[in-house]
Design a protein. Sequence first.
Length: 485
Amino acid sequence: MEKTNPKFDPTTYFMTASNPLHKQYLALRKYFVDGLTAEQVALETGYATATIYSLIRDFKQKLDFGYDPFFKEPKLGRPKLDHGGEINRLVVAYRKQYLSVPEIKAVLDAQNICVSETYIYALLVDEGFAKLPRRENVVRNDIGLSGKIEGCSALKSERIRYDPDPEAKPEKFSSQLAGILLFLPIIKRYGIDKLIIDSDYPETSVITRLSSILSFLALKLSDIERYSMDDAWCMDRGMGLFAGLNVLPKTAWFSSYSSSVTREMNLSFLKSLRILWNDNGLLSNTVNLDFTTIPYWGEDDPFENNWSGKRTKALASLLAVLAQDPDSGLLCYSDTTIRHKNESDVILEFLDFYHNDPKVSSNLKYLVFDSRFTTYQNLNKLDKQGLKFITIQRKSKKIEEKIAGIPDESWKKIRVARANGKGRTVTAYEDTTDLSDYDGKVRQVFIRATGKIKAAIIITNDFNISLEDIVRKYAKRWLVMRLAG
């Protein structure tokens, strides 16, 4: 065989540095084997004496950790991609559950089975599987991911080590939900992670309270519904990384953790969040309040029936209250312990929560809610406390007759902002009226039905705000609470 480099001298190769790493090796050999001083080695190699001392120090540290900086242990033989056909069996089984190639890749990664998407795609073609059609997110969440494949299960959740590990090897894995990682800088920016760490939420030696709360948040951000019926997401390494874990815990852990969280823990955390939002100037002088129903699908029925507007029927459910800032969209209060007997007094409980913290200077002025949220008697209490309310009044035959008698020229056109920024024109008329169990009068604003705008009657105890601002403030509740629902 003819030499490609006839001038090549093997002796020169071993005696002359051909690259920086080789040069460092020869320098260290002169120091440790030949017994030269650092100054002598520097003189022969062209390094500075300080550089030689740095090389010696780093070399010793790496050896202490069992790491060879110059030579890697060779791995003999070609690695087998699929020993015994197990990988092929798993790929076929997952496709039968309607998983796409990237989803199969993510699930296999969670089991430390490293194959490429190209390999999976080629295998499925060989097995005669057709390409999956494009699917909406709802369809993807509802496909047969809840079923478990025999012999396939996610790894046990473990905390990710952030301290340097000399034996750790770089990992590569696929994730279908890696987009939630973009929320981590936001959590870090506002210090929400520190609030969770300092909270009273439970934790274990394996899963900290920060990882626990972020695990729930990962499911929420990924739009996963009914987590107790779906275990596939705990195969996704990207979701685990969001919570500081290798993978998210399984469904049984979520149910067990939820049972150990008390109302007092949630209230304490909500108060800390409120201080945080206030310090960052994210709370306005207005809060939108609304009830929402959380359906219960279990066999036993320990809950009351509540009306669900989304399903247009009453069903066994938790009745929850949400308090939201209309400008920032932040949910600043919630409670899922509402019963029919205390439903109308929830607004007073919210005010107790909002005003009992001396650390926060409250600038709350307006409460906005619908007609069934509380009683006229409680409206009177709000007025006595100096709070302004904007709410809807229920229709009656007398009110309808009053509206019918308003001349057309008395109605006023008002421009109301919409979510798309284009705005919408409504027609309104205002008057004053008396309410039962309420001292004094309130402003009464009639909104005429036009096109998609439904007729409504707004009442408020604020006589200083303009008619336009009254309608706009309540219109914000329509927009924001739809998003919250």
